[in-house]
Design a protein around this ligand. Structure first.
Ligand code: HEC
Length: 96
């Protein structure tokens, strides 16, 4: 039984890590050039200081928001709704 629990924990850890890496990889590929490798801000504002929560960021990425400057007046292209959620969760880890 103990061994079984350990295996379950290992599987949970590995899949959790893969999930986190997805968000990180997507962030690097699609956001870092404007928001900086650690979300410190470049062309786009710092994400370390954003007041938006994970859900609001997911919504911004998946749908865009009226009145926002490019590229966020529209949905981020090439990002599924699920991926938007993964990147948004990753952005949450950058906050300071
Ligand atoms: C072409 C450059 C560019 C890319 C690529 C880009 N952004 Fe942005 N981002 C901006 C700019 C510029 C703003 C400011 C828009 C405004 O306030 O009107 C912004 C604003 C934001 C905000 C709102 C910040 C706040 O506090 O209001 C979030 C969150 C955000 N971006 C996340 C992302 C994520 C995550 C990605 C990757 C999927 C991404 N952005 C890709 C340029 C970019």
């Amino acid at each position: 039984m103990k061994r079984y629990m350990m295996m379950l924990t290992a599987v949970a850890l590995v899949s959790g890590m893969a999930w986190a890496q997805d968000g990180a990889a997507l962030y690097k590929a699609k956001c870092a050039m404007c928001h900086g490798a650690t979300g410190e801000g470049k062309i786009g504002p710092s994400l370390q200081k954003t007041a938006l929560n994970e859900k609001q960021i997911t919504d911004l990425l998946a749908n865009g928001a009226a009145g926002k400057k490019a590229p966020h007046s529209k949905a981020v292209s090439g990002l599924t709704a699920a991926q938007a959620g993964e990147v948004a969760a990753y952005v949450g880890t950058l906050k300071k």
